[in-house]
Write a protein that binds this ligand. Structure first.
Ligand SMILES: [Zn+2]
Length: 103
């Protein structure tokens, strides 16, 4: 229960310093009401633990970005392939028509 006797919910922090730690927060916070209820559920980590977590989080973000950009590259290649197939089809038709004119 928070300061206004509202049920609190367990949430996960995504901030740089406390990434992944769970805390209790008031649902009214979302609705712009100024209930400042806040309590950590997990014990705070030591400096080393925070460093390791920050490192993992940065690595995770890098991998995500790489995955996103490789999807973009894949889509780019797929659309180029489609254009090439169309071009080849067009050239074949032209070749066929040239051939038939010379028979
Ligand atoms: Zn509250």
């Amino acid at each position: 229960m928070c300061y206004y006797s509202v049920e609190v919910s367990l949430k996960i922090a995504y901030t740089k310093g406390n990434f992944g730690l769970r805390f209790f927060g008031c649902v009214n916070h979302k609705f712009g009401r100024s209930c400042k209820f806040f309590r950590w559920y997990d014990p705070l980590m030591c400096c080393h633990g925070r460093r390791v977590l920050r490192h993992l989080r940065e690595k995770h973000e890098r991998v995500n970005m790489e995955a996103t950009s490789s999807v973009a590259t894949e889509q780019n290649i797929a659309s180029k392939h489609t254009l090439l197939v169309l071009e080849v089809t067009q050239l074949r038709r032209e070749m066929e028509s040239i051939k038939s004119k010379h028979q």
